[in-house]
Design a protein around this ligand. Structure first.
Ligand SMILES: Cc1cc2nc3c(=O)[nH]c(=O)nc-3n(C[C@H](O)[C@H](O)[C@H](O)COP(=O)(O)OP(=O)(O)OC[C@H]3O[C@@H](n4cnc5c(N)ncnc54)[C@H](O)[C@@H]3O)c2cc1C
Length: 396
């Protein structure tokens, strides 16, 4: 296909994966990121076999695997007694079952690995301090405008600008967004600061009605990733960098096992962050003319299945494959959207369902929910999944 200019808005996990995939299939891309430096938040991210297939294919799986270290099964524990109520395998046998492994990775490591690979292909393709504001498109091209006053003209544009995507708003207008009444907290602790009670079972999720807390080691057990979800009826901001206090987190978990309270109190003040979880309805279409959306911009999902980044990586793999086989950009976007929409929107809805399950209760008490593996999500391979026909796409 004769396309010379592909713009990607957003240099997160989705945008960089899309850049790498398109580069792999011979396309030149420009990535526009609002931040002044290329970096990720300090937190863990679980990369399951469905996404590892793509990372392996794109040549970065080995480094991600090396930096993450092996993953272990984690135990679901009763929030008050600490008793083990279930086991989640994240295990060594995944390679045989799914053809790829499972890793818990520091987000910064995954992000840096993707960025290095993209820049190796083209050292000048990432533009920092470019906050996308708006776009216009016609039958010849699409023009993006940035807050720094610059513009960029390209043949097509891919919006990878996250859950509160401005590209999505430009295409489809402001959609309804609900604060779910759920607030999430995250922290990273040096392993030396982690209370001994937690280190006895370092991979675990404490499951309680309306609340759950997950922790697992990162970087070869040198730090512990902690994420917890609670109910907070007061409106909470969206965004992953909102400072939280230890006291407010303790208050929301004050009936949890003493080990959990000790863990929250061990977090260094100033390193605990929170955000309010939004839930948006799935998009009926991802593409309009020369512009499409990918990752959280296309299907923002609550984090209860730990699949948002994995699904963004799947999207990126399929987008590259679509451009590799299509004769026109319309066909490429049609193949991408038709191959991805059912899968990605389905996971978006399943994440909502998982939130209700895991934060609900059964007659037997707290409920571990089905989880991503039991829902069959790991069996998808974006490198080999058959591509859907393009169909008719919405013109410019
Ligand atoms: C605590 C937590 C735990 C999670 N755990 C997991 C997990 O275990 N496994 C998993 O698969 N997923 C997980 N997720 C979800 C996952 O992190 C997201 O789904 C993933 O980051 C989506 O990637 P993205 O690139 O689409 O969006 P983002 O990561 O949000 O990246 C968007 C990028 O676009 C940039 N940007 C935004 N607006 C503009 C603009 N106007 N102009 C230019 N640039 C812009 C941003 O700065 C950012 O770099 C978790 C999420 C959270 C919050």
């Amino acid at each position: 296909m004769q396309l010379t200019r592909i713009s990607i808005i957003g240099g997160g996990i989705g945008g960089l994966s899309a850049a790498l995939s398109l580069q792999h299939f011979g396309y030149r891309v420009s990535v526009f990121e609002q931040a002044r430096e290329l970096r990720e938040i300090g937190a863990g991210v679980a990369i399951s076999p469905n996404a590892m297939h793509a990372l392996n294919f794109l040549g970065v799986g080995e480094r991600v695997t090396r930096e993450a270290g092996p993953a272990e099964r984690y135990l679901m524990r009763h929030f008050q007694t600490g008793a083990v109520i279930n086991t989640r395998w994240t295990g060594p046998d995944y390679f045989e079952r799914f053809g790829a492994s499972y890793h818990q990775v520091h987000r910064a490591d995954l992000h840096a690995t993707l960025a290095a690979a993209v820049l190796r292909n083209d050292p000048d393709c990432i533009f920092l301090d470019h906050r996308f504001e708006t776009l216009r498109q016609d039958h010849k091209h699409v023009v993006a405008t940035f807050a720094n006053g610059k513009t960029c003209t390209s043949d097509v544009l891919v919006g990878c600008d996250g859950g509160a995507s401005k590209v999505r708003t430009c295409l489809f207008g402001d959609e309804a967004v609900n604060y779910t009444g759920k607030v999430a907290f995250r922290a990273l602790l040096p392993i030396a600061n982690v209370p001994a009670g937690i280190m006895k079972i370092p991979y675990a999720m404490f499951v309680g009605v309306n609340r759950n807390l997950l922790h697992y080691p990162l970087r070869h057990r040198t730090m512990l990733n902690v994420v917890c979800f609670a109910r907070e009826p007061n409106w909470q901001e969206e965004g992953w960098m909102i400072p939280a206090t230890i006291d407010e987190c303790v208050r929301l978990h004050d009936d949890f096992h003493q080990d959990v309270l000790d863990l929250i109190r061990a977090v260094t003040p100033g390193t605990l962050f929170k955000w309010g979880l939004r839930d948006r309805e799935p998009l009926q279409q991802y593409t309009k003319g020369r512009v499409t959306v990918l990752g959280d911009a296309a299907h923002p999902m609550t984090p209860f299945l730990g699949q948002g980044a994995c699904i963004a990586i799947e999207d990126a793999m399929v987008l590259g494959r679509a451009f590799a086989v299509a004769g026109t950009f319309e066909e490429a976007f049609g193949i991408y959207e038709n191959t991805r929409k059912e899968r990605a929107n389905g996971v978006q809805l399943a994440s909502r369902q998982q939130a209700d399950e895991v934060q609900g209760a059964t007659e037997r008490g707290p409920n571990p929910g089905a989880g991503a593996e039991l829902r069959g999500l790991y069996s998808y391979n974006p490198v080999t999944v058959p591509l859907a026909p393009a169909g008719d796409m919405t013109p410019v």
